[in-house]
Design a protein around this ligand. Structure first.
Ligand code: ZN
Length: 442
């Protein structure tokens, strides 16, 4: 069965299961068929967040104040020509690569990354000293400066509002690739741009340029949109990215240079119900954090969506992640679940997970195989926090950011204690419920 056929089938099946745990919370991570409209703008008051200029000034100030931090411009955004920053901090042997706001309309990750960088740069707490002795961070706190600063007349009142945008702002032209890929869009407001978390490619840039070295046979057209299903080492990698954006090329180089031990990507999720809440006398509760681990064939049987006879394997799991990496990937997610459970903060007592299947143009699935560094594959985590201005006032947003930063710090403290994650169980992850049905908010 082709992946698209399968996903259409799975979409129908999951509807009858109230869409439990399918990747539909973040339209971010939604596969096209049956999902919400791509690029739906978020009703977020972006005035609460750093502009690109403010981000640059804040990072420069932190670098001036701290000898622990080094700051580097690794690219300029395709549309606005604004810098993409990379921050390095820490001296430990275990390298963590962390990216945020690859989707421009998901700004809290950047704020959390900034808080985290400030704390790591300036704090003399035992916790921070311990983290920095054991871990080294490479953080890209805003992968998508174009989308972050996107303006258009959102409410049709004749003036443009700063609303954020999922994509960057970059046109496609016929010389860029054989076909315009499905993840290039003109929504909203008619401006062209790429969903950059579909633009990654598993093959190393030094040996392969996807938009130039591809073959006509790899392309398929469905519902008027083109996808490149790239063959590699006996597998078909559906909807592979073309690495057409300067931002994604820079993140790819940053990852290859870092050759990290762990990879983390922060996203936003929509509002989803915590499974089982709202039963009996218990109030209905929203899950505010969902995590997801990429993994390989060793854990295929635990994949929530795939029947036994489902082929090919590359649509179910990531075959380039070996058993050891897959286990650590899952344990990294277990660590966060454990670290937050121990806090007892009500806001994080509702962690859920995504049911995993690979997206071959995404950061985690394309980069964690780490083929540029000899295939020494990297465990990963998708970390998604819910955010909704309609539900949360500014004070609550501040608290959410603070708790997310605290959650990250406690997770990194736990990782510093046990960098190989030997003390964590894969069952913690698989026993965590898939997130429940949508609350209808984003
Ligand atoms: Zn996202």
């Amino acid at each position: 069965m082709k992946r698209r056929q399968f996903l259409k089938t799975a979409g129908v099946a999951s509807l009858s299961l109230s869409a439990v745990g399918t990747a539909s919370a973040d339209p971010g991570e939604t596969y096209r068929p049956g999902g919400p409209k791509r690029g739906s703008p978020n009703a977020i008051n972006l005035n609460a967040f750093h502009t690109n200029d403010e981000l640059a000034r804040t990072l420069a100030k932190i670098e001036r104040q701290s000898e622990r931090v080094s700051l580097r411009e690794i690219a300029r955004s395709a549309g606005r020509n604004d810098p993409v920053w990379e921050v390095e901090v820490g001296d430990g042997d275990t390298d963590v690569h962390l990216i945020t706001q690859i989707h421009g309309d998901e700004p809290t990750g950047t704020e959390v990354a900034l808080d985290l960088i400030k704390t790591l740069a300036t704090s003399h707490s035992q916790q921070v000293e311990h983290i920095l002795d054991n871990l080294s961070f490479t953080i890209i706190p805003r992968v998508n400066p174009d989308g972050a600063m996107y303006h258009y007349d959102y409410d049709d009142d004749g003036t443009e509002e700063w609303v954020g945008r999922r994509q960057n702002t970059q046109p496609w032209t016929a010389s860029d690739s054989r076909h315009e890929p499905y993840y290039h869009s003109t929504y909203p407001a008619g401006d062209p741009g790429y969903d950059m978390n579909r633009d990654f490619n598993v093959r190393p840039p030094a040996e392969f340029t996807p938009g130039a070295d591809d073959d006509a046979d790899w392309w398929t057209k469905e519902d008027g949109e083109w996808s490149m299903d790239m063959p590699h080492e006996g597998h078909t990698l559906f909807d592979s990215g073309l690495r057409l954006t300067p931002e994604v090329r820079a993140v790819t180089e940053s990852f290859i240079e870092t050759d990290p031990d762990y990879a983390i990507t922060h996203h936003h999720k929509g509002g989803n119900v915590y499974p089982g809440s709202g039963d009996g006398n218990k109030p209905q509760k929203q899950t505010l954090l969902s995590v997801m681990a990429p993994y390989g064939e060793h854990y295929r049987d635990r994949s929530p969506f795939f029947p036994d006879d489902y082929e090919p394997v590359s649509a179910a799991v990531n075959p380039f992640l070996d058993e050891e990496t897959s286990t650590r990937s899952i344990r990294l997610n277990s660590l966060v679940i454990d670290a937050l459970a121990q806090r007892g903060d009500s806001v994080f007592d509702s962690v859920t997970r995504y049911g995993y299947y690979p997206l071959w143009g995404s950061y985690l699935d394309a980069l964690c195989p780490n083929l540029a560094n000899g295939g020494d594959s990297v465990p990963g985590m998708l970390y998604e926090t819910a955010y909704q201005t309609d539900d949360l006032g500014q004070k609550a947003v501040g608290r959410m950011l603070q708790l997310t930063t605290t959650g990250f710090l406690e997770s990194f403290e736990a990782l510093a204690d046990d960098p190989s994650l030997g003390g964590y169980s894969v069952d913690t992850y698989f026993d965590t419920p898939l997130f429940g049905e949508s609350t209808g908010t984003r």
